[in-house]
Design a protein around this ligand. Structure first.
Ligand SMILES: Cc1cc2nc3c(=O)[nH]c(=O)nc-3n(C[C@H](O)[C@H](O)[C@H](O)COP(=O)(O)O)c2cc1C
Ligand code: SF4
Ligand code: SF4
Length: 257
């Protein structure tokens, strides 16, 4: 049994390499009672600012898992900052423990920092499929492992948290503005895992109260009509979805209607 959360398809791509029918966390979160029984239970999700997303933490905290082997795989784009050990520590703080926690470097979809076209150009160097194959082999033999972070990753994390402490959160709300090029297709509404967007007179309206800051909406807009409201991004004309994942799959995973 394998659960996933994805905004742009990377984590779903990984999940699909491991199991035929992975289960969407945003859809499971709509169920009141969540008790899962399986020989092996895994979770695949992206890294958001050096942590697993709150939505995934909520899922784990509100679910009970009866299993012999519990594992987490975290996809990220440039620096994981020691998230595997930090996630294990968080799990232990809530009375849980994973048997295996690992990370996989993939395309970095953080639009605010990276040009999506530039990221595409370095994707091959990241050897994603080779990493997935190695992890799949680990899981098949139920390996016990929590990735240890190199000193440079810990440094990176510490510098980042210090910088956030001094400057405040990286993102301020309203996060987005919708430009005149919006064609009213409603795709942004359908890919939102938190149901934060509704259509009003043919245009999306955001309610940021529960926004997961996942960027699924901005990335999926076919006319690039969603732009950051308060910050300048490196390339407002470049957007990303994992090339192996269809838009319909992101919609099925996240739609809250
Ligand atoms: C809000 C946000 C924060 C992110 N923070 C990090 C980060 O701290 N370190 C990193 O290497 N990648 C970071 N990323 C990149 C994603 O973790 C990475 O691209 C991931 O594979 C996306 O998975 P998905 O396609 O399943 O959503 C961030 C992306 C977003 C949208
Ligand atoms: S996805 Fe883009 S074009 Fe479609 S409704 Fe949303 S903002 Fe408008
Ligand atoms: S509004 Fe956009 S960024 Fe916020 S949770 Fe929904 S899809 Fe993600």
């Amino acid at each position: 049994m394998l659960f996933y959360f994805t905004a742009t398809g990377n984590s779903l791509y990984v999940a699909k390499q491991l199991e035929n029918d992975p289960i969407s966390i945003p859809q499971e979160l709509r169920k009141a009672n969540r008790h899962y029984i399986s020989d092996s239970i895994g979770i695949v999700c992206p890294l958001f600012e050096f942590e697993i997303p709150n939505l995934v933490k909520d899922f784990i905290q509100g679910s009970s898992f009866e299993t012999d082997y519990f594992y987490l795989l975290i996809t990220y784009g440039c620096h994981h900052g020691g998230v595997a050990q930090r996630t294990q520590a968080w799990l232990e703080s809530i009375g849980r423990k994973a048997d295996y926690v690992n990370t996989i470097i993939m395309h970095d979809n953080a639009l605010i920092v990276f040009d999506m076209d530039q990221q595409r150009s370095i994707e091959a160097e990241k050897q994603v499929d080779a990493h997935i194959a190695a992890i799949k082999a680990d899981i098949s033999v139920r390996k016990s492992y929590v990735q240890e972070a190199a000193a440079e990753e810990i440094d990176f994390y510490q510098h980042f948290t210090e910088w956030i402490r001094q400057t405040g959160p990286m993102y301020s709300f309203p996060l987005y503005q919708v430009m005149d090029s919006c064609i009213g297709c409603g795709t942004c509404v359908r890919v939102c895992p938190k149901g934060c967007i509704r259509m009003d007179s043919g245009k999306p309206v955001y309610d940021y109260q529960h926004c997961a800051n996942c960027m699924a909406c901005i990335q999926a807009c076919p006319t690039k009509a969603i732009q950051f409201a308060t910050v300048k991004e490196p390339n407002p004309q470049a957007r990303y979805r994992n090339p192996h994942i269809k838009l319909d799959e992101i919609i099925r995973a996240n739609e809250q209607a």
